[in-house]
Design a protein around this ligand. Structure first.
Ligand SMILES: NC(=O)C1=CN([C@@H]2O[C@H](COP(=O)(O)OP(=O)(O)OC[C@H]3O[C@@H](n4cnc5c(N)ncnc54)[C@H](OP(=O)(O)O)[C@@H]3O)[C@@H](O)[C@H]2O)C=CC1
Ligand SMILES: O=C1O[C@H](COP(=O)(O)O)[C@@H](O)[C@H](O)[C@H]1O
Length: 529
């Protein structure tokens, strides 16, 4: 069967506003009878869990709401918890939301969506239970050509069991079978390679969709557009003009409820090795031959392989401690009952990375990720070099860094792209200040931005792999972090404690200063803060 059987908007409704019919042909290259004669089932394995409830079911509903799912689709929840179809529907319905601009028929749509949701309770390592699931799927597929997508929203220690049982007992008989695998993909190079080896006993690489939901975020998708379709940026995109690049992730809450998982991984594996590194690769890669998935992934691998593995002296780690603010007590990381009292797991890390290629030689790429900080945000900051022989040097005082241009891509919240430029303050004198050229998404694009999981689910259904991680990318990513992680753990490096809700450990400033960098998010002169 052809890949990409289900394109977008199978019922012929426009995919999204602004897409012309002739453009839709790109996706809809199947006959009407094929559309009607085929079915898509999406089985969410681990349906009783946090991610399924918070993200996956709402994303599926949003796709249904936008008419992006094929005509004959159904959603199956699978987990050990005993639930009836009705109970699953009640559970899901509490988490569904409607698009702001189209609330009119939302209730009806929800009802129709929920009618397509079913549940099967089973063990994750039971071929028999997956065979039962298969029977239920077949019953609903009613002899039509079937395509099956499994979403593994479960802890990683059971990935292989599920893939074995699903592939042996519940693969599509005559359509495609694809599996979306959630992170973490292993804990280091060895475990990741072992996981891939085990998955490949049952699946081909083309069937495996390793998800990194940051790749589905609007601003991350836009990174390539910004670079490669604007003459003003790409020529500047190198060591010749860029002084440093900062990739910043912060959350204003701790590991609440996920301490058990988190303690085994820590912030470097949870955020840096995947989300921030993926953004770095997209940011720094060479121009791909085309927008085809393999061309883009080839370039990403090349960048990752050009990087030097992280050195301990280029990393600082931290862990949040309890804090009493305004009479409210914020718990420390080790106050979580699922976290050992003596845990050294970092909840914060800052690192300097380098790419040893002609474009980026010597440019520090600074990463910073932390939980329980003062704000929630994710952004990419590009600090440009000083203007050589700047005519206005005397207007800036001694701190020339304050006068350099900075491009900020705010991934979340409040998506925005802004460029800090020097400008004359209007008036008779000659005073300069740094102002922002600001593209604030909510002002420019009133339509609500889809959640990353919507885009990624849609891509997996369409067989589009561009935003999923290929196994060699994963290997390259782990190679950069594994020696460091091993050193941190073997040497029991003590994390610097920082108060819950603070700006993180001061060590992050020293690390940046070592490379003559100041964190842009803490400069205090960011008008966007
Ligand atoms: N939650 C999040 O925000 C994010 C999660 N992820 C990843 O997504 C996956 C799912 O996450 P999440 O929903 O939070 O996970 P949960 O801990 O909620 O687990 C999902 C389901 O798996 C089953 N389960 C849990 N622990 C075990 C176990 N030890 N053995 C067998 N089954 C178990 C439970 O279902 P039952 O008991 O009914 O079988 C549970 O409802 C994980 O790989 C996680 O790392 C990735 C990004 C963000
Ligand atoms: O993958 C993960 O991401 C979330 C943050 O995702 P966001 O889309 O809300 O920014 C993080 O909280 C979690 O620890 C991590 O596993």
């Amino acid at each position: 069967m052809q890949e990409g059987l289900f394109g977008l908007g199978m019922d012929g409704t426009p995919l999204a506003e602004g897409i012309k019919p002739e453009e839709q042909e790109i996706f809809l290259d199947f006959s009407d009878s094929e559309k009607v004669q085929s079915t898509l089932s999406i089985t969410v394995v681990g349906a009783s869990g946090d991610l399924a409830k918070k993200k996956i079911f709402p994303a599926l509903f949003a796709l249904y709401y936008e008419d992006c799912l094929p005509e004959n689709f159904m959603v199956f929840g699978y987990a050990r918890t005993k639930l009836t179809n009705e109970e699953l529907r009640n559970m899901i319905s509490g988490t569904l939301t409607c698009r702001i601009d189209k609330r009119a028929n939302c209730e009806d749509k929800m009802e129709q969506f929920l009618k397509r949701c079913f549940y099967h309770s089973g063990q994750y390592n039971s071929e028999e239970h997956f065979a039962e699931l298969d029977s239920k799927l077949k019953e609903k597929e009613a002899g039509k050509l079937s395509n099956r997508l499994f979403y593994l929203s479960i802890p990683p220690n059971i990935f292989v069991d599920v893939v074995r049982c699903a592939s042996l007992k519940a693969s599509a008989a005559n359509g495609w079978t694809r599996v979306i695998v959630e992170k973490p993909f292993g804990r280091d190079s060895e475990s990741s390679a072992e996981l891939t080896r085990c998955l490949k006993q049952y699946l081909t690489e083309d069937q495996i969709f390793r998800i990194d939901h940051y790749l589905g975020k609007e601003l991350v998708e836009n990174l390539s557009v910004l670079r490669f379709s604007n003459l003003v940026f790409e020529p500047l995109w190198s060591r010749n003009y860029i002084r440093n690049v900062q990739l910043i992730f912060s959350e204003d809450f701790g590991t609440e409820g996920r301490g058990g998982y988190f303690d085994n991984y820590g912030i470097i594996r949870d955020i840096m090795q995947n989300h921030l590194l993926q953004i770095l690769a997209l940011f720094a890669m060479e121009t791909p031959v085309s927008l085809e998935a393999e061309d883009i992934r080839n370039e990403k691998v090349k960048v990752l392989r050009s990087m030097r593995p992280l050195q301990l002296e280029d990393v600082i780690v931290g862990q949040y401690k309890g804090h009493n603010k305004g009479g409210k007590i914020y718990p420390g990381y080790t106050d979580d009952s699922t976290v050992p009292n003596n845990s050294l797991t970092p909840t914060f890390a800052a690192a300097a990375l380098f790419i040893n290629n002609a474009r980026w030689d010597g440019v520090p790429f600074l990463m910073k990720a932390g939980k329980a900080l003062h704000t929630r945000r994710a952004e990419i900051r590009v600090q440009f070099r000083h203007v050589p022989g700047n005519l206005y040097k005397q207007n800036f005082g001694t701190d020339l860094d304050k006068a350099t241009n900075e491009l900020v891509l705010r991934v979340q919240p409040d998506e925005a792209i802004y460029l800090k430029v020097n400008n004359k303050v209007p008036g008779l004198g000659m005073r300069l200040d740094r102002s922002d050229l600001n593209l604030l998404y909510r002002a420019r694009y009133p339509k609500e931005i889809p959640d990353a999981y919507e885009r990624l689910l849609l891509d997996a259904i369409a067989g589009e792999r561009r935003l999923f991680i290929r196994s060699d990318e994963l290997d390259a990513a782990w190679s950069l972090f594994t020696p460091l992680l091993r050193e941190l753990e073997e040497n029991k490096i003590f994390p610097e404690l920082y108060p819950y809700g603070s700006r993180g450990p001061v060590g992050a400033h020293y690390l940046a200063a070592k490379y003559n960098v100041r964190w842009g998010d803490l400069s205090g002169e960011d008008s966007q803060e």
